[in-house]
Ligand binder design. Structure first.
Ligand SMILES: NC(=O)c1ccc[n+]([C@@H]2O[C@H](COP(=O)([O-])OP(=O)(O)OC[C@H]3O[C@@H](n4cnc5c(N)ncnc54)[C@H](O)[C@@H]3O)[C@@H](O)[C@H]2O)c1
Length: 440
């Protein structure tokens, strides 16, 4: 099948590449000419395991193309995906300006029947808006071209995006025509080997499914973080409580790990957007708002522990940071807890030495740009020299089993603040390391 994917970011690039991998002819379009130039030179603008090889192979096989020219791409395609960003607007709602501007371009440029698929995470009712914008443009042109608008939310996880896309738990398709369901199933069938995992539904339910899924996951995280904070107050150990509750199959072990809170490009904005969607429709989503409030406070829990251990004024102290990305396996730093922790420490006068296997450029260029007193180093052990403590903020695999003797010898004082509860408190105490974690 010939398809176009508009927006070549995390979702668009991964989706387009995976569609190409199973034999489709895919054109990825972006308005950012620098991004497209890089992609055409074989330079992948994001880090995602396995992506680079897959992109290069499919470009070589002539299944994958990159362009800024939407008109050409559209007129070779049966299906067009909208995979542009839906960032948080000033009031917390999802900003649809990119989605609707793409819809406008599609309406202005389409020449033949098309299935337009919303893959971006969009509020309930967006498909109707997309439909109206396209129809308006067709009317202005005085042409009568049939098109469907479909909702096909994306559930991939950054850090495991290729695997998630190639072997999805489910593919949710919200549509209102037989033709759209048929074509969408045809496109996705190669991703299901043993049995299909399509979940078909009406468009609004599909749009809502994405928000409900992210809100559920964020709720689990804020729930365990709140339990962890209570544990600290009452002298319980959140790590043991986690095991105790996770063993109940109705609860499960996933997403109940105490830590410095969730970040990333999805949970923060989608939780906020869901609260706004509810409000706009006359319902106050108290639980969803509380999930966000707990998370905002959680991002600073580790900084508070540092202040309590050292001083309110951190002038003269240096902290070695392990991990900047919002989670392991990605260079993405959008809403990463590290941003909040580092800014708080710097605000209090501390110096920072930071290491991350993938996200240093993102930090330097965007998320910590202009923040003073940060030095970036190429090795996790180098950040320890002359530092008063180690602060772990992202649970990269390479931090799981470090050389604790080295940590102890290089730090000015053997202290670890662990924002991801990676280590065993008992064994660190035996090694003579002062150890602070979440929920204990
Ligand atoms: N990142 C994730 O893990 C993830 C997972 C599931 C769903 N989503 C959703 O998918 C959507 C995209 O997210 P992302 O992380 O890929 O965003 P992103 O910011 O990485 O990429 C968006 C891309 O769209 C391009 N763009 C903007 N306007 C355009 C236009 N008019 N024409 C062509 N290109 C245009 C931008 O230049 C950018 O390259 C969002 O709605 C997000 O919520 C993201």
């Amino acid at each position: 099948m010939n398809i176009t994917v508009i927006g070549s970011g995390y979702v668009g690039l991964v989706s387009g590449t995976c569609f190409a991998e199973v034999g489709n002819k895919v054109t990825c379009v972006d308005i950012d000419p620098i991004k497209i130039k890089k992609l055409n030179k074989g330079i992948i603008p994001i880090f995602e395991a396995g992506l680079e090889t897959m992109v290069l192979n499919n470009v070589k096989n002539k299944n994958l193309f990159f362009t800024t020219a939407l008109d050409k791409a559209l007129n070779n395609s049966e299906i067009v995906f909208i995979a542009v960003g839906t960032p948080m607007g000033d009031d917390g709602s999802a900003d649809l300006k990119y989605v609707l501007s793409v819809a406008k371009s599609v309406g202005q440029l389409m020449q033949k029947r098309l299935i337009v698929v919303d893959k971006s995470t969009v509020p309930v009712g967006t498909a109707d808006k997309v439909k109206a914008v396209i129809q308006k443009e067709l009317d202005l042109r005085g042409v009568d071209i049939e098109f469907d608008v479909v909702s096909n939310p994306e559930f991939l996880k950054e850090g495991a995006a290729i695997v998630d896309f190639m072997k999805p738990d489910r593919v949710v398709i919200g549509a209102d025509s037989k033709n759209a369901f048929k074509k969408m199933k045809e496109l996705y069938s190669p991703f299901f080997k043993s049995r299909d995992r399509f979940i078909t539904m009406d468009i609004r339910s599909a749009e809502m499914t994405k928000y409900a899924a992210n809100a559920m996951l964020a709720t689990k995280i804020s729930f365990i973080n709140e339990i962890a904070n209570i544990c600290e107050k009452v002298g319980a150990d959140a790590n043991q409580v986690r095991l105790g509750i996770g063993s109940d199959q109705r609860i499960g072990y996933n997403f109940i790990y105490p830590g410095v809170g969730y970040g990333g490009s999805c949970f923060p904005k989608d939780v906020k957007a869901l609260a706004m969607i509810s409000k706009e429709n006359g319902y106050e989503a108290k639980l969803i708002s509380a999930v966000e409030q707990v998370n905002d406070a959680q991002k600073l829990v580790i900084a508070k522990k540092i202040v309590k251990r050292f001083a309110e004024d951190l002038k003269g102290y240096t902290f070695g940071i392990w991990g900047l990305a919002f989670k392991p396996g990605t260079d993405d730093m959008r809403e990463a807890p590290s941003i909040y922790v580092i800014k708080e420490l710097v605000k209090r006068g501390a110096k920072i030495k930071a290491y991350d296997p993938k996200a240093v450029n993102e930090a330097k260029q965007y998320y910590l740009k202009g923040v003073k007193n940060i030095e970036y180093l190429d090795s996790k052990y180098d950040v320890l020299n002359d530092s008063d403590a180690l602060v772990l903020l992202t649970e990269w695999k390479e931090f799981r089993s470090p050389n604790f003797e080295k940590i102890k010898n290089q730090l000015k004082s053997p202290i670890i603040f662990d924002g991801r509860n990676q280590y065993n408190a008992f064994s660190l105490e035996k090694k003579g390391i002062e150890y602070f974690q979440i929920g204990k």
